[in-house]
Ligand binder design. Structure first.
Ligand SMILES: Cc1cc2nc3c(=O)[nH]c(=O)nc-3n(C[C@H](O)[C@H](O)[C@H](O)COP(=O)(O)OP(=O)(O)OC[C@H]3O[C@@H](n4cnc5c(N)ncnc54)[C@H](O)[C@@H]3O)c2cc1C
Length: 244
């Protein structure tokens, strides 16, 4: 299935929204928003294109368009480089979509933690919460310039955590901030995705210390500092930080 760039808009200096158009998008399921897709990128070094995983931030079946928010993290990554340099009309192969992961709607309150890569999926989650939902959203950024408004129900408080771009330091800063949060009453649904090291530490905290039950937890490593997606995928399978 081919999709074509219709529009490019920088939401912040490191978050780039691309609107794609393609006939096949009309056939995507009604609940595709928040689902993941695989995009195929040509590489100079390999005969076959390489896949990268992204989230459908919005879908418009009638217009046959989707919006995808790319972290513009420089020219090291195939996808990041492509997103930054593509022009209107540039084409990509797309596979999917896979199912979206929504926090358990039966929970009493919510704890979302992520970074710019998982913010699209967090935003879709926030759009599905009841108006009277309560909880926390923590988003980790390396730069103040990436802080921007996020829509939540009134009772869900958004906090931006600025950290250094070192994986261990980032994980430690987030861990300290999370541990200081006032733990609310009732069942908490945790939704956590982002850099591998941060997800690994926080998963252990929520599972072992906060005793979050399986039906109330979603933990997924979305990328790992220093590894390309294919190598990260191998590593996360060994420590069970998969998307399941
Ligand atoms: C279910 C799922 C949904 C996802 N949805 C999104 C999404 O909507 N938007 C999005 O931007 N990402 C999303 N990701 C993460 C994205 O797949 C990875 O970041 C991917 O590695 C990007 O590919 P790349 O070609 O740019 O970099 P790669 O070639 O994979 O990696 C090259 C280098 O860039 C570094 N790198 C990779 N990602 C980042 C990053 N986010 N910040 C800083 N450095 C990075 C790597 O550590 C490596 O050193 C999702 C991942 C999963 C599993």
């Amino acid at each position: 299935m081919k999709i074509f760039v219709k529009q490019k808009t920088y939401i912040t200096p490191h978050l780039l929204r691309i609107t794609f158009k393609g006939n096949a998008l009309a056939e995507f399921p009604a609940d595709a928003q928040g689902g993941y897709i695989k995009l195929l990128f040509e590489s100079d070094h390999r005969a076959k294109p390489e896949m990268r995983t992204y989230t459908i931030r919005h879908i418009d079946h009638q217009q046959q368009t989707i919006e995808v928010d790319f972290v513009a993290h420089g020219d090291q990554g195939l996808a990041s480089r492509w997103a930054q340099t593509c022009t209107i009309g540039s084409a990509l192969e797309i596979r999917g979509p896979g199912p979206r992961k929504l926090a358990n709607p039966q929970a009493d309150w919510y704890f979302f933690i992520g970074d710019l890569s998982s913010l699209p999926a967090i935003n879709v989650n926030l759009e599905h919460l009841q108006e009277n939902a309560v909880g926390y959203v923590m988003i980790v950024v390396d730069n103040d310039s990436d802080i921007h408004p996020v829509n939540t129900p009134k009772g869900v408080v958004v906090e931006w955590i600025k950290t250094s771009n070192n994986a261990e330091n980032r994980a430690k800063t987030v861990m300290d901030t999370v541990a200081k949060k006032n733990w609310l009453n009732g069942d908490c649904a945790v939704w956590l995705a982002g850099e591998f090291t941060m997800v690994k530490h926080l998963k252990t905290y929520f599972r072992d210390h906060r005793k979050i039950e399986k039906q109330n937890a979603y933990y997924s490593s979305y990328w790992k500092q220093g590894l390309t997606e294919p190598d990260h995928k191998k590593e996360k399978q060994t420590v069970m930080l998969s998307d399941a």
